[in-house]
Ligand binder design. Structure first.
Ligand code: SF4
Length: 687
């Protein structure tokens, strides 16, 4: 018999939760997860947060899907793979034949691997023949990417996480970093406490980083564009703009300066409802900082002005010369482990892998040659448009993997109605989610610990994960399932290992040109763009910006009031976001006993002022109603929220919170404006 020690396996993996991308060894004995041991990962060194450390037991949870399921009336029955895949491929083929390839949509996960996602978008394009393919970064980060495309050219963080620690000034806007990106927040906490780093937080809620900040101010929700643009104007008006840098490296100065005309500090103070003196202090900090990083997340990107707000952030960095050096730049904080990767690998309706446009004939030809098929040339539908297209009768079937879209998309009732209307709906996941309830076939995929592959974290870092456990029961790694479906529909794919998928991706994608598994072995990592010889770029733009003339662009933006605002019927502003212990809707973290015991249920945070005005105490039940739906929830009275603002964690175990949010979206990206939701609350008798 093997000695006890011999039976313990140590396997390198990458965290499956947030975009920080902590890597560590997982120690397993058969299927038991013994412990997590971080060994100097490039993103996290020896740190993890509670989710990375204790958040893995869901892989052995009895709720894991272990067999394909086929709908029978309102129930499901277990089936074998052959029967399930025959049904999937027969149905998809007949819908394609009857209504055309654009009647089918494919939704890729931003939690599965780059290789899983690459094959799904290839399946949509090369096998189905449609560009109707997207991933759930549409719900969070697309506007940040848009802002960077407009101004500096690459849709990714401009430096590394470790650079944030070396910045003189960190500005966090609309991000709950200590809870949503804990290990990254630790860098800031340390630099702020020990090395004199200055910290400014703009957020309507007093989160942990706000409490630590040198200046915390609370702009009226949806108005960040105004104070950020006012900072740009202030720099010009007071001689702090880096004119030499702009003249050498940036286009569009004159038009941009004109566009700043309305954005005086006085105006910003009025519109944002922030004291003038506070904004002046912020301006002084920015003007005198030797280097500045701006970190932002959903507080900016989930508004109807989201792409313009993200653009304003990048404009300010250009005006103050905070690109092209270590310790400065733009840091949109990607939410899921593979939000960056899912877009990089082309799970987008307008882009092939590496953000190469589908409507560029030369690029299309390269993909056609490699994949051996004719490809569609028109942009496809994004997630948001797919829902509308179902109602219009244009979209008939969806193949969706690794996303609980009923919980994640806005306006859950409308999304549920669309799923009910579909002729055929295939969902691939590891648990029977809310979304599975609407499926015709459910296919059991495999979680990160049961797969080989790569993830790309928020700092563009591509990292290897290794298979630590066999797939549970009859579940299968997602890339194998997609390959099987593709081949049953006439493809001839012969991938035997995800490394072969990466080799193909790299051969077609300049951003990933030099990426291969040898260069990513163990704890080795690469940050894109990776040249063919394997040289990567931890800091972007050191030799110019990602435009043909190497110059960045100042991009004028204008302010529009949020679409949905509180009024007399819906008098409160609803904010929402993560909790430290849980991940999003909680499909994984609710299945971890320790975490569930720590934070067993969701709650609505209300301010001390509101509690007093309405005689509400913590633990009272309220009905929260928006223009789109309602739910019942317990209250928690806290100093973190203020006045007529309430805060709802994303947990959906008691039903999707997105019954409350509407379908209004950022026009440039169709990212829903989750954070423009007005509600009222009614106190209920004891339940
Ligand atoms: Fe995982 Fe993010 Fe926590 Fe790191 S900070 S352990 S990546 S959840």
């Amino acid at each position: 018999a093997k000695m006890r020690e011999e039976r313990i396996e140590r396997t390198k993996t990458v965290c499956t939760y947030c975009g920080v991308g902590c890597s560590y060894d997982v120690w397993t004995k058969e299927r038991k997860i013994l412990k997590i041991v971080p060994l100097h990962g490039d993103a996290n060194q020896i740190s993890t947060c509670v989710k990375g450390k204790f958040g893995w037991d869901y892989v052995n949870h009895p709720d894991r899907l272990q067999k394909p399921l086929i709908r029978e009336g309102s129930n499901f029955r277990e089936a074998d793979w052959k029967e399930a895949l025959n049904l999937v491929t027969t149905k998809l083929s007949s819908i394609k034949q009857q209504y055309g390839p654009d009647s089918i949509g494919v939704i890729v996960s931003s939690k599965t691997t780059n290789e899983d996602g690459y094959l799904m978008q290839k399946f949509a394009r090369a096998v189905i023949g449609t560009n109707n393919v997207d991933n759930c970064s549409r719900y969070c980060q697309s506007p940040a990417t848009m802002g960077l495309f407009r101004t500096v050219g690459y849709g990714g963080d401009s430096g590394s996480i470790k650079d944030i620690g070396s910045s003189a000034l960190v500005v966090i806007v609309g991000a709950n970093t200590a809870e949503s990106h804990p290990v990254l927040a630790t860098r800031v906490k340390r630099a702020h406490k020990l090395h004199g780093q200055r910290l400014i937080v703009a957020d309507p809620r007093t989160n942990e980083m706000a409490e630590r900040a040198d200046i915390h101010f609370r702009p009226r929700p949806g108005t960040d564009l105004v104070w950020i643009s006012a900072m740009s104007r202030y720099m010009f008006d007071n001689g702090h703009a880096k004119i030499d840098f702009i003249e050498e490296w940036v286009n569009g100065l004159d038009e941009f300066r004109k566009s700043l005309e309305p954005f005086t500090i006085d105006y910003a103070s009025r519109i944002c409802e922030v004291p003038l003196e506070t904004l002046q202090r912020v301006a002084q900090e920015i003007a005198t900082a030797e280097s500045m990083c701006i970190l932002w997340a959903m507080g900016i990107t989930q508004h109807t002005t989201a792409s313009d707000e993200s653009t304003a952030v990048s404009n300010l960095l250009l005006v103050t010369g905070n690109y092209m050096r270590p310790g400065c730049g733009a840091y949109p904080l990607r939410g899921h482990n593979n939000v960056q990767g899912a877009s990089d690998i082309g799970a987008m309706p307008d882009n092939y892998p590496g953000y190469q446009h589908v409507n560029d004939p030369g690029i299309r030809e390269r993909f056609e040659k490699s994949w051996g098929v004719k490809l569609p040339s028109l942009r496809g539908l994004d997630n948001h448009q797919m829902v509308d297209a179902v109602y219009d009768g244009k979209l008939r079937a969806i193949y969706l993997a690794g996303e609980d879209m009923i919980s994640a998309d806005s306006n859950a009732n409308v999304v549920a109605g669309a799923f009910e209307k579909l002729d055929f709906f295939v969902v691939q996941d590891i648990f029977f989610t809310e979304t599975c309830r609407y499926a015709d076939v459910v296919l059991p995929g495999a979680p990160a610990l049961e797969k080989d592959g790569t993830f790309t974290n928020t700092e563009r870092r591509i990292q290897r994960l290794y298979k630590a456990l066999p797939e549970l029961g009859d579940s299968r790694a997602d890339w194998k399932i997609t390959q099987d479906i593709a081949n049953r529909m006439g493809a001839n794919w012969r991938y035997e290992h995800p490394s072969e998928v990466m080799d193909e991706l790299a051969s077609l994608t300049p951003l990933y040109a030099g990426v291969n598994y040898e260069r990513l072995e163990g704890y080795k990592t690469l940050q894109w763009p990776v040249a063919a010889d394997g040289t990567d770029q931890p800091i972007l733009y050191l030799n110019g910006f990602a435009f043909p003339d190497k110059k960045a662009r100042l991009y004028p933006v204008t302010f529009n009031e949020p679409t949905e605002r509180p009024d007399k019927d819906f008098d409160l502003f609803l904010n929402n976001g993560r909790l430290l212990e849980h991940f999003h809707e909680g499909n994984m973290t609710y299945r971890i006993q320790g975490i569930r015991e720590e934070t067993p249920e969701r709650f609505l945070e209300i301010s001390e002022e509101l509690a007093k005005e309405r005689s509400i105490e913590s633990g009272h039940w309220v009905r929260v109603t928006s223009r789109h739906g309602s739910l019942v929830i317990k209250t928690l009275v806290t100093h973190r929220v203020h006045g007529k603002q309430v805060y709802l964690p994303l947990l959906s175990r008691e039903g999707p919170i997105n019954v409350l949010t509407g379908s209004h979206a950022d026009p440039a990206t169709n990212t829903p404006a989750y954070k423009e939701t007005a509600v009222n609350i009614k106190v209920l008798p004891e339940r």
